[in-house]
Ligand binder design. Structure first.
Ligand code: ADP
Ligand code: MG
Length: 151
């Protein structure tokens, strides 16, 4: 578990780049934190580091998922999922979006904002799941905790 304080969006993005260096094909990154905490900014850093185009990375809130082709270390893509607007709690609704299938790809990285237990639990022990928790501090800085996958 590592904890870092970032004081600018650029530093949040750099931390995403640092995590990307540790990612392997098939890894899942779950991001928790309030609205505007910096989750999407962190994902932008991951995409940049894996040779995708970070300029494209915006909040996928309205489309639920965006995929960025990558070409680094056998990692073919980064899928960026945001479940904030998926109000339907039925697990079938999630499956119908196609998100479940995308996250099954073992040659891609799956990143998930506003994760749901039914989605995260399905990964079981055969996938490496990283937990990133971002908190907005009183002075506006961000506290970012990165929890590595269980060994
Ligand atoms: P989320 O996806 O969690 O809703 P965003 O990544 O869209 O949040 O970021 C929300 C805002 O916070 C953006 O304007 C971003 O530039 C800013 N931000 C990110 N990290 C920091 C930081 N360490 N200090 C100040 N602002 C930050
Ligand atoms: Mg976001």
């Amino acid at each position: 578990m590592s904890k870092t304080i970032t004081r600018t969006p650029e530093k949040t993005e750099v931390l995403g780049e640092c995590l990307a260096a540790l990612l392997q094909p098939g890894d899942i990154v779950v991001l928790e934190g309030d609205l505007a905490a910096g989750k999407t900014t962190f994902v932008r850093g991951i995409v940049r580091a894996l040779a995708g185009d970070p300029a494209d990375v915006s909040s996928p809130t309205f489309v639920l998922v965006q995929s960025y082709p990558c070409r680094a270390r056998q990692i073919r893509a980064v899928h960026h999922v945001d479940l904030y607007r998926l109000t339907d709690r039925d697990p079938r609704a999630l499956r119908e979006t196609g998100i479940t299938d995308l996250l099954d790809e073992t040659d891609a990285i799956g990143t998930i904002e506003w994760p749901r237990s039914e989605l995260v639990d399905q990964f079981g022990t055969n996938r490496r799941v990283w937990h990133v928790v971002i908190t907005i501090l009183e002075d506006g800085a961000r506290s970012i905790t990165i929890g590595p996958p269980a060994p």
